[in-house]
Ligand binder design. Sequence first.
Ligand SMILES: [Zn+2]
Length: 224
Amino acid sequence: MSGLPSCFVCGQPVIGLVGQDTAVDTYLLRGGERDQEAVRAKAYGEVHLRCLVESAWGGFWADRLTANLVEARGFRTVAQDGQVSIYRNDRQRENVVVSPDGWVAWVTDDALALAAPAETGVLLPMRHELNLDLGTNSRLAAHLGAALQRDHAFPLLQLVVELDVYERLTSVTALEDGRLEAPTGPGAPRYSHPDHPGHFTTIASYRREFPTTIYKLLTEAGER
Ligand SMILES: [Zn+2]
């Protein structure tokens, strides 16, 4: 067992990768019948995007997120093409794409400016600290620890495979050259923590993918 959060749909670990994973929280709930059902069914928390979309809860959470963005947070609707809606916060220069099936993506104008064309869409570079609690999965912890010491890096897809969540990915392409790196530079944290075996502090470097149609809507949204 890893110490990572479990997906509320499939029960498998959620790594916390942008474009692959998300979280829906109870503060978005409104007190209706379906809301109470979500609480009873524990249909909230960390989730693989793919699982959310394929579950019975995708549409419900898309509704609740949209209501929160527009009514509570003042995002304005900038695009609705029947497939997806885009909500924008002008001050933060940030858009949120919401699909009626529950697929959701947050992206700033700055992040969007780094898009590079790919086969079926565009890829945006991602780089952020990623803390991993591998729990009692000592085999994976040993692999990761050894690779970070030897190569200062570990393939992200290997992590995905060893955690048995490859089938839960939304985009394999986005992770193809992805890696976990040991933090470097002055003041950087150590990647391993002797008092907490199985805990790792890494820098995750990978990409996120947007379909061309959505990318186009997003670039237009930034100009409005
Ligand atoms: Zn899942």
